[in-house]
Design a protein around this ligand. Sequence first.
Ligand code: AMP
Length: 337
Amino acid sequence: MNTPAEIIAKLPATFEAAKATGNLFFFPSTVHTHVDDFGISYEIRLCPALQHKPPLPTPHFDADPEKEKKKPDPFAPPYNEKLLIGELRGEEEEDQYVLLLNKFSVVPYHFLMVTKKFQSQSSPLMPPELAQAYKLLDAAHRTGQNMFAFYNCGDLSGASQPHKHIQFLPVPAEEVSPPIERLAREQQLETIDRPFTISKLPYANHVFRLPSDLAMQSTEQLEDTLCSAFLQLLDLTISTVRHNADYPSGNPSYNVLLTRSHIHVIPRRFENHTLQATGEELSVNALGAAGMLLVKSEPEMEAVKAEGLGKILRSVGLESVHELQVQTGASAQEADT
Ligand code: AMP
């Protein structure tokens, strides 16, 4: 077992060794800023090398759990020792996690926290998972590194693996990236203990600002604080989904972003967007929903810019019913924004 600080400390050497030995494939990319019609600045990451990586089919997590179990699971043991960073354990014996480098890496040090025992990617985040994720972000911050965590939950969220995994991605500075975290930080709140929405964004999003002393809290308090925030956001997500008459039955799909300052939950209606200019399908996951879209070619990037990232995210997300939720006090009460 390791501590979160040990996991963070092991990242550089493990990444370099995995890459050098051909166990990790690194795809270079360039980042382009794009301001859309709504005046929001997004990041588009262009990675031409990904054209040669075959897309993984989207799993249908709930369809037939027995069939799902028979498919090869890259997050089950035995682990590739070169991708293995270490293991973490929560307060309870059953809360065990394995930390693996992303085998197909576009950003150096992109890593995953997977449940040691199989759990479904369509299940909500549990208190020990939220606490471990937060501790990893805090451990990174203490060594001057910035990262955020994300979770693609459900069939329509853009996930490619059905075994529960939270992902961690380094960013240059947490004040500016990912783009929707920057917008959350700019938002003036009357009270910080209620969910709010970033009303500038043209799609439903639910955000909770975390207390600034969170890193000082005991594990039990940390779990309580994060879980209470997440459940309020989940309530609002379910309320948003219920306003969409065509929403498929079953568990809702959504993307989660966790930073040291906020939890964001973005409800999802579709996994893919069909680009108007090229007719190509663009898969959108939590990174896209965070305002960091990945594209594989210049024409695809131009098509995204022409259409506007806000419109694309609206097409794979849901209409915001924030005003209605505030008026009716639906589920948790959202702050006036
Ligand atoms: P998602 O597509 O969001 O479900 O995330 C799954 C991630 O796991 C992707 O970014 C893949 O690149 C990565 N991945 C796939 N196979 C492996 C593997 N064998 N070991 C580590 N990471 C993997």
